[in-house]
Write a protein that binds this ligand. Sequence first.
Ligand code: AP5
Length: 221
Amino acid sequence: MKQEANLRLILLGLPGSGKGTQADSLKKKYNIPHISTGNLLREAISKNTPLGKQAESYVQSGELVPDSLIINLVKEEMTRNHGARGFILDGFPRNLAQAEKLDIMLKELNLELSLAIEIKLNEEILIKRLTGRRTCSKCGALYNIYFNPPQVSDICDVCQGKLSRREDDNVQVVNNRIKVYWSNISPVIDYYQKNGILHIIDGNQEAPGVFADISQIIERL
Ligand code: AP5
C-alpha cells in the first residue's frame, strides 16, 4: 500500500471469527478508526440511550437490529471520522440492504471501499471462542479463558480493570447468532466478490497468523 493511500476496509465473518481482534491490531498498525456496530450498540445499551432502548432486545437474542437504526449509526460514525485516513468496519454490513446503503453513503462522501476481508473458519471452535471470551470493562482489551487467558483470573493485564462476559455469549444466543449470520451473509459475499474487492482469509490459525495474512493483502494494494 502506498504510504499516502487511505485504507477503507470491511471485515466479514461468523460471530467469534476474530473480527474485533483483527480490527484492534489493524487500527494500531494503520492508525485508522475501528467502527464496530456491535460495540456501538453495546455502549448505547449500557448508557440507556434511545438507540440502546430500541436495540436491546435484538442484541440480547442475537437477532439483527433493524437496518434503519444501524445505517444511521454508521452514518454518524463515518461523519465523525471523516478526517481520518480510512476506517475498519467490523460487523457492518450484515445483509445486502446494508451493503448497498454503505455504497450510497460512501458515494455521497466521494469515497470507495478498498477491501472486503472474509475471515473463514470451522464452526466447531466458535462456541469455545465465544463462551470463553472476556472483555475488559475499562479499556476494552479482549481475552479468552481457553486461548488467551489473563495472568490473573478476571483482571485485565493492561489496566487491571475487571473482565466481563458479554450477555449474548451464551450457547443458546451464540447458536442463533450463527444461524442469523448464515441467513443473511451470502448475498453480501457475492456483492463484494462481483466488485472484485473480496479476499478470504483462513481464520483457523492463531490471531498473529490471521493478522499477517490480512496485512499482506493490504500491503499489495
Ligand atoms: P457483534 O458485536 O458484531 O458480534 P458478532 O458479529 O457476533 O461478532 P463477535 O464480536 O462476537 O466476534 P468477533 O468476530 O469480533 O470475534 P472476537 O475478535 O471478539 O454484534 C453483536 C450484536 O449486535 C448482533 O448479534 C446484532 O444483534 C447486533 N448488530 C451488530 N451489528 C449489526 C448490524 N450491522 N446489523 C444489525 N444488527 C447488528 O473474538 C472472539 C473470541 O475469540 C475472543 O475471546 C478472542 O480473544 C478469541 N480469538 C479471536 N481470534 C482468535 C484466534 N485466531 N485464535 C484463538 N482465539 C481467537
